[in-house]
Design a protein around this ligand. Structure first.
Ligand code: GLU
Length: 477
């Protein structure tokens, strides 16, 4: 007998034979099943569907863990914090990965990993209203927070420690965007939200601002089911987190998923004209040639290439897209591109993909709307665009008009909408900015091509509000 324990595999087999594997711990069960089941929230900071498939910070990180364990990843969405912990209690998931804050009361019930990130809790208010500056200022204001969140626990602690008159409303079965919606509709004055979540969504709510940080940096952790033998699994997870932190993977993932919140649309107003004189000339003929092959307007292809890479054939982004047209690896493969950093191949791949999008749209959509809608699909994926078109019809708009669909694309970021769509959350606002920027560059390129005309100084795309670029573009034409 004693000899057996020196051979773990044999020992396990014997144990299984004797007890029917009743002694399996969670790691054994995951490996037997060949699958790591992770519960998360469908939302921008956690887990959602991109044009290339599932995405999100938690999805990516959990995927690496699954790889590490040599199993498949299976994601389960949950639509409230309550149901996340519920799923853990019922052992319907091996792990909860959902931007969850480490709190004492949670830790008392649920085993948790080492932290993989940290955020502060922010108090958000509507600019123009009285700005609270410290916890005491919260008394007497209408405050909203997610039910079962770390933020509610923080409010309760303040109440217990002197602010007896502090009150708040808890939003059940909801995501943080609902909180911001309540502020926007003036149904509440203040909301409590994690800094990363607010940064992701602030673009949709230009009037909402941070009043002050309610907490120090708080750790984000993964939680595990209670009353389970998690010892070995936790060791594995913590070793994994330690490794991805050390080797820079974690920092890269953060940048890929949260980095763009600062970068989006921050295009200096003179950059385009400057680039048009400097970076475009070496590629102008190539772009013209490829556009001809694909029977498209060269200025449009040039405008897309600028929006994608600023005409840099060696461009790369932390999300893994690269080249002049910033193709993803799957798209490049599908388009027959073998080297994404080759400008000709990249332009051809992009042009082909764009034409494919244009072809796939419903027959009764006519140009120019067909072009703008195809560009939106190019950016966000056909499934999400179709979702936005469906919402447009439901709201009485014309799903064949870019102007109408453009107004609804940002709704794909709002839970009230994306929970009912076929493809779920998508960065709709970004897709709108993408198309509007291209239209803007396109018009400048066309304008500049007319002999004896000087290019207009482009607008600052960062200042863009739906509708604005359009109006000014018309004026400049
Ligand atoms: N981190 C929060 C929690 O663990 C949830 C996200 C939020 O409410 O901003 O409860």
């Amino acid at each position: 007998w004693h000899m057996l324990w020196r051979y773990p595999v044999l020992a396990l087999l014997v144990t299984c034979a004797l007890t029917g594997c009743a002694r399996q711990d969670s790691l054994d069960r995951i490996q037997t099943r060949g699958e790591l089941v992770v519960v998360s929230r469908n939302g921008p900071t956690t887990y959602y569907l991109e044009k290339t498939g599932p995405s999100g910070f938690e999805y990516a990180l959990a995927g690496l863990l699954a790889q590490d364990l040599g199993v498949e990843l299976s994601m389960k969405p949950a639509f409230s914090l309550h149901s996340i912990f519920d799923k853990l209690r019922r052992r319907e998931a091996h792990l909860a990965a959902a931007g969850l804050t480490l709190t004492e009361s949670r830790a008392a019930t649920y085993p948790h990993s080492e932290p993989y990130d940290s955020f502060v809790t922010q108090v958000v208010y509507v600019a123009g209203n009285t700005r609270p500056r410290r916890p005491e200022d919260l008394v007497g204001r209408s405050i909203v927070a997610l039910a079962d969140s770390s933020h509610v626990q923080a409010l309760q602690a303040l109440k217990n420690n002197g602010l007896e008159r502090l009150t708040w409303t808890e939003i059940p079965e909801a995501d943080t965007m609902e909180l911001l919606e309540l502020l926007k509709r003036a149904e509440a004055e203040l909301a409590l939200i994690d800094s990363n979540e607010f940064a992701m969504q602030q673009g949709l709510y230009p009037r909402l601002k941070v009043a002050f940080d309610l907490s120090e940096e708080q750790d984000m952790v993964w939680y595990l089911p209670p009353d389970t033998d998690n010892t070995r699994l936790l060791e594995k997870i913590n070793a994994f987190i330690g490794r991805v932190r050390e080797d820079g993977t974690l920092a890269r993932l953060r940048e890929a998923h949260f980095g763009h919140t600062q970068a989006v649309s921050r295009i200096g107003s003179h950059t385009f004209t400057r680039m048009m004189q400097r970076a475009l000339p070496p590629y102008r003929e190539l772009i013209q040639q490829v556009a001809k092959e694909y029977q498209m307007d060269w200025q449009l292809l040039a405008a897309i290439a600028y929006q994608e890479s600023h005409w840099n054939p060696r461009a790369q982004s932390p999300t893994g897209v690269r080249g002049m047209m910033m193709l993803t690896l799957p798209t490049a493969r599908e388009m027959g591109v073998t080297n994404r950093l080759d400008a000709t191949q990249s332009l051809r791949g992009g042009a082909r993909y764009f034409k494919q999008m244009k072809r796939r749209l419903a027959d009764d959509i006519t140009d120019p709307d067909r072009t703008w809608l195809a560009l939106a699909a190019y950016n966000i994926g056909m499934g999400h665009l179709e979702d936005a078109r469906r919402i447009t019809s439901q709201q009485g708009g014309d799903p064949n008009l870019w102007r109408d669909v453009m107004e609804r694309l940002p709704l794909l970021q709002k839970r009230t909408h994306y929970k009912t769509t076929r493809h779920g959350y998508a960065r709709g606002l970004e897709a709108v900015t993408y198309v509007q920027n291209i239209r803007h560059y396109h018009s400048i390129l066309q304008w500049q091509d007319i002999p004896d005309k000087q290019a207009d100084a482009p607008l600052a795309a960062g200042e863009y509000v739906p509708g604005d670029i359009d109006n000014i573009r018309l004026k400049s034409l």
